[in-house]
Ligand binder design. Structure first.
Ligand code: SF4
Length: 731
């Protein structure tokens, strides 16, 4: 039974109604225009949290505060999860920062200052540091929750106003392995290359490493296939749902998905299930991939993964005999130091069965962060320019430089990945200053205690946020910015659909938008004002121009088409129809064929046993989102999930002297985290689970390492860390 998907309040929830056309009133500030009277009409917009981007209406209540009503939309179909339902509470959080904060001295507190003082201070310090140490002494860090316009302007700000190569973002910790594997296989990375609603026609769906029943509950309405196979070391709510509906839960040892996918490929071939015509006509590289799979017969796969050989045979048969099947991956399979290869192994299986690019079947990855898709396309990633162009491609550099009115020679090259960038801060070879928007790496980055140390070692840390997150609390300057329902912009959902987020209320006095902040700093660094517009529609117009002809072509995503409710899945060239389904005729590689990858299994978990006999895996709870900086400030969510937990099998807990509700110290070779024990009889005995929504001593990422990274995506290993459990005395 999937709970908390749609209903809330008496009567099982508010009935869905058709979304109104773009509401011009409703107290929103028209882009570039004067503020309108607050609280007059309903505003159609989207949830501030995850990549499902559920549609909702914001409506002023009797007390003048906005209330949320779900809207009918192809992804959420009138449903919201509890995070969406309570999202308006964020707008009136008492923790809101409404004036810039300047630290009074090393180790001192903050004092409020006016905007000119704050921006002059920031620009002056940046200029002096650059003069002394060069452009790369300033790093920029972005987030997968930023709108397309912000992500675009942040990348432009780094390359033009700062001239630094050192920009990356927290999507490196989220989607990077899936993006690398998708690009390698298909020549293009769009999480779902088909509309989510296509899943409803499938007879078999295999879901590897995703738990949508908790992380994006309305998506479960699309997982209606009679045969749902959930691959997850944990018996999650999604796994329970599958079992209750005649599906299958496959529970491999954490980090062994790659071996499992190789075993399924081996078994499917043995059963005569491969689509040999498709392999011959639409792909290359099968022989190399098969060579790696030849030794993964079911019994050997069972020894490594713990999945019974008979279950491997049954799943291979289900997939192979399906007339319409999908393979979907999520962070569970991707957030490993072998994440790119693990994802490629699932793609190999899908290709061998002839699924990608076939109507009614396919492969896709489920994007997590709100703008995890658009956020990785428009230039805040270390190696990218807008439109998914590569920064090391001379043609791409020339095209973007032309759009920006600069010489391509002046554009910096690729910089280090997020983990490498953070770990080097304040060191001899690292940056001495960082400007950060829309991220909380003090909680979300691996080895977060070390990250906090590195942030504290900076000469200057500037954080733009609307609350004092754990990272903002370490800053020298905090710049208070608008949040979701106070600003216009576009987001790109997990199915590659560009959406309009609309302002529904005025921001509090004293805060500015991220675009205004970027413009304010850029001007003080000597940039012409017109190069950094602060009106979202003007930035969108620039973004459209800069992406014309690029892999992620947004040139046709005009405000008019967006407001008309057209389903703008990219690529959406100017004057041309959008692309809801990719790869139907050809893949995006020059020869039109998809690529198998010859991937080999490597155990991503540092040896368990001895001091660290268990494997810790991390993930999300239904009530919280990412680092929890937002959802921990919503009373209903904070009450539901007030503290960190560690989920443990009762036998494992007993062996370690622990019982339900006791505090445990979880220790890895990297650090420790404190969490309250929750017993889970359905858990694997060798595995514990910790949510990563909490900071300080409760941060799950105090345990995860940052020394080893995926060689392609630079993803750290969030999902499998060797640990031990110890009781914490009551006092
Ligand atoms: Fe929808 Fe995700 Fe928001 Fe929940 S958090 S309402 S699933 S967009």
């Amino acid at each position: 039974m999937v709970r908390n998907v749609v209903a809330r309040g008496a009567g099982g929830g508010v009935p869905a109604r058709p979304a109104p056309r773009d509401t011009a009133a409703g107290g929103r500030r028209a882009a570039g225009g004067p503020p309108r009277e607050a609280g007059v009409a309903m505003t159609a917009t989207h949830c501030p949290y995850c990549a499902l981007q559920c549609a909702m209406h914001l409506e002023p209540g009797a007390d003048g505060k906005l209330t949320v009503r779900p809207a009918d939309f192809p992804t959420n179909r009138g449903g919201l999860c509890r995070k969406g339902w309570t999202s308006a509470e964020l707008l009136s959080t008492p923790d809101r920062i409404t004036a810039p904060l300047l630290r009074t001295g090393r180790g001192g507190g903050f004092r409020e200052v006016d905007w000119d003082t704050a921006l002059d201070h920031v620009a002056g310090r940046l200029l002096r540091l650059r003069e002394r140490h060069g452009n790369d002494t300033v790093a920029v860090f972005g987030g997968g929750g930023l709108t397309n316009e912000k992500a675009y302007l942040l990348g432009k700000f780094a390359r033009l106003a700062l001239g630094t190569s050192r920009i990356d973002y927290n999507g490196r910790f989220c989607m990077s392995s899936a993006a690398a594997a998708g690009t390698r296989a298909f020549g293009l990375d769009r999480g779902l290359p088909f509309p989510l609603s296509d899943l409803g026609g499938a007879d078999t769906v295999l879901l590897a490493g995703a738990n949508p029943a908790e992380t994006m509950p309305p998506m479960m309405g699309h997982l209606t296939a009679p045969r749902l196979v959930v691959v997850d070391p944990r018996r999650t709510a999604t796994a329970e749902h599958a079992l209750e509906h005649g599906g299958t839960h496959v529970a491999p040892r954490p980090g062994t998905d790659l071996a499992l996918a190789l075993g399924l490929l081996h078994t499917a071939r043995g059963q005569g299930m491969l689509d040999t015509d498709y392999i011959a006509d639409r792909t290359t590289g099968f022989d190399g991939a098969w060579e790696q799979a030849t030794v993964w017969w079911p019994e050997r796969t069972e020894r490594v993964t713990g999945v019974p050989a008979r279950q491997i045979r049954a799943v291979a048969h289900q997939l192979g005999t399906a007339s319409r099947a999908y393979v979907l991956t999520g962070r569970g399979t991707e957030q490993h130091v072998t994440g790119t290869d693990s994802t490629s192994a699932w793609i190999n299986l899908a290709l061998a069965l002839g699924l990608p690019g076939r109507p009614g079947s396919g492969y896709g990855c489920i994007t997590g962060q709100g703008n995890g898709q658009g956020g990785r396309e428009h230039g805040q990633k270390a190696d990218q320019l807008p439109g998914y162009r590569r920064i090391d491609d001379p043609d791409a550099r020339a095209r973007v430089a032309d759009a920006w009115g600069v010489d391509a020679q002046t554009l910096p090259g690729a910089g280090p990945s997020a983990t490498e960038l953070l770990n080097s801060l304040g060191t001899e070879h690292g940056s001495r200053a960082m400007v950060l928007f829309g991220a909380n790496p003090a909680v979300s980055a691996p080895d977060s205690a070390r990250v906090r140390e590195r942030l504290a070692a900076l000469d200057l840390l500037v954080v733009a946020d609307f609350v004092l997150s754990e990272t903002a609390a370490l800053a020298d300057v905090v710049l208070p910015v608008t949040q979701w329902a106070e600003e216009d912009g576009t987001m790109t959902s997990l199915e590659g659909r560009v959406l309009r987020r609309r302002a529904a209320t005025l921001p509090p006095a004293g805060v500015r938008s991220d675009l205004e902040v970027l413009r304010g700093i850029a001007e003080r660094l000597g940039q012409p004002a017109h190069r950094f517009p602060s009106d979202p529609d003007t930035v969108l117009a620039e973004l459209r121009d800069a992406t014309a002809g690029a892999p992620a072509d947004y040139s046709g995503a005009t405000p008019e088409r967006l407001s008309d409710g057209e389903e703008l899945h990219w690529p959406v060239p100017s004057g041309a129809p959008p692309t809801p389904r990719l790869f139907l005729d050809r893949f995006a590689h020059p020869d039109g064929r998809a690529r198998f990858s010859p991937v080999e299994y490597r155990d991503p978990v540092a040896e368990t046993g001895g001091d660290y006999p268990l494997i810790a895996t991390t993930g999300r709870l239904m009530g919280h989102y990412q680092s929890g900086a937002q959802t921990r400030r919503v009373a209903e969510l904070a009450e539901a999930e007030p503290e960190a937990r560690v989920e443990v099998h009762p036998d494992t807990a007993a062996r370690n002297g622990l019982g339900e509700g006791q505090w445990a110290r979880v220790t890895s070779p990297v650090g420790t985290a404190l969490a309250r024990v929750r017993l889970r009889p359905g858990a694997r005995r060798d595995t514990v689970f910790l949510p990563f929504h909490y900071g300080g001593e409760a941060a799950a990422n105090n345990l995860t390492g940052s020394a080893a990274l995926d060689p392609t995506s630079r993803m750290p290993g969030f999902k499998a860390t060797a640990v031990r459990l110890d009781p914490v005395p009551d006092d």
